[in-house]
Design a protein around this ligand. Structure first.
Ligand code: PRT
Ligand code: ZN
Length: 309
């Protein structure tokens, strides 16, 4: 009996170990842009999630030291294909690239950086009334798929001139009547004598995933997503500390309810308390004004690094 029991325990231990090692060996492969506009913020968000890498981040392939993750560095245009083909499990890339590539991948989470829009622009002196202006015109772009979708939706027939870069100079060179390209500040359009007339897509960097991840990889993705969401929530929130007269505590607690309720601590001066809470960046200035109107003093606001609700 003792012997059987020992055998059973040994087997169970073996199975648990096997699962453990299998799980430990599973690494989530993430594709990031090798260089360019998304590189720094992509690396930064992983670091903010507490993921550290070997010997900096300057290789084509890197390994995390404290999370089961490998990083592949690629051109951004290749990332959706690599994720669809399961060479990478997940990736960080602009929504513009995700939708233009039309690959079979899942958009898991928008990440709040790399914001831009895919827009139509025409020479500034043109009299553009609506999208039908584009009928019969030649439009230069590196986004033929999304442009064609836009034209089809608006039942417009136009010629799409596909080029690989410097789209903004084509109207000035007489190569196109209009362009469809990414815009962020608008200064490139302005310096090329163009005006933005239609926004086809609002885009930001997003986490994408292969649609057939194994259960173990799904678990790792869930872990990563939990961290990313905590980082994102923290960025939108501020920690606020202030002093308030006790007779205004009810009003002030309603203004800064925080996650459950503010922390209230008595001050050394009778009739006054210190309140600690969390406020959202969106209403920040309105709340500060109302707090001051209701007698709050010594208002101190600090950033939050992570926020888990
Ligand atoms: O080498 P690789 O292929 O990886 O990179 P890339 O050169 O194709 O892309 P990169 O690094 O320029 O951009 C990567 C991603 O950043 C894009 O796919 C977008 O998701 C995002 N992004 C955000 C932008 C811009 N803003 C942006 N302004 N990508 C490009 N631009 C360009 C735009 O094409 C235009 O030439 O910037 C110019 C306009 O900028 P404004 O500020 O003058 O309006
Ligand atoms: Zn690219």
């Amino acid at each position: 009996m003792v012997c059987n029991n020992t055998l059973f325990q040994t087997k169970a231990y073996y199975n648990v170990s096997l699962f453990y090692f299998k799980y430990m060996e599973t690494k989530l492969k993430i594709a990031l842009q090798k260089s360019g506009r998304l590189y720094e913020d992509s690396v930064k968000i992983l670091k903010e999630c507490g993921i550290e890498f070997q010997n900096g981040m300057n290789k084509l392939l890197n390994e995390a030291v404290n999370f089961p993750m490998q990083v592949l560095f690629l051109r951004d245009d290749d990332i959706p294909q690599y994720v669809e083909d399961n060479i990478a499990d997940i990736g960080i890339v602009g929504e513009n690239i995700v939708y233009e590539s039309n690959k079979n991948v899942e958009l898991v989470e928008k990440l709040g950086f790399g914001k831009c829009r895919l827009s139509i622009a025409v020479p500034r002196n043109e009299n553009y009334t609506d999208a039908h202006y584009l009928a019969g015109k030649r439009i230069a772009t590196t986004y033929p798929f999304l442009l064609q979708q836009f034209l089809d939706t608006n039942q417009i027939k136009a010629e799409i001139h596909i080029i690989s870069g410097s789209v903004e100079i084509t109207p000035g060179l007489g190569l196109a009547n209009a362009i469809c390209d990414l815009v962020s500040s608008g200064s490139t359009l302005f310096s090329n004598g163009l005006k933005e007339t239609e926004v086809i897509l609002n885009s930001e960097a997003a986490l994408i995933s292969n649609k057939n991840l194994t259960e173990e990889k799904k678990l790792l993705l869930k872990k990563l997503l939990f961290r990313i969401q905590a980082v994102k929530k923290a960025k939108k929130s501020k920690y606020i500390l202030l002093n308030a007269p006790d007779d205004k505590l009810d009003i002030i607690c309603n203004l800064i309810p925080g996650m459950k309720s503010p922390t209230i601590l008595p001050l050394g001066i009778p009739g006054w308390s210190s309140l600690h809470s969390v406020v959202q960046e969106d209403d920040f200035w309105n709340i500060i004004e109302s707090l001051k109107d209701n007698g709050a003093e010594g208002i101190l606001v600090t950033p939050i690094e992570k926020l888990v609700l």
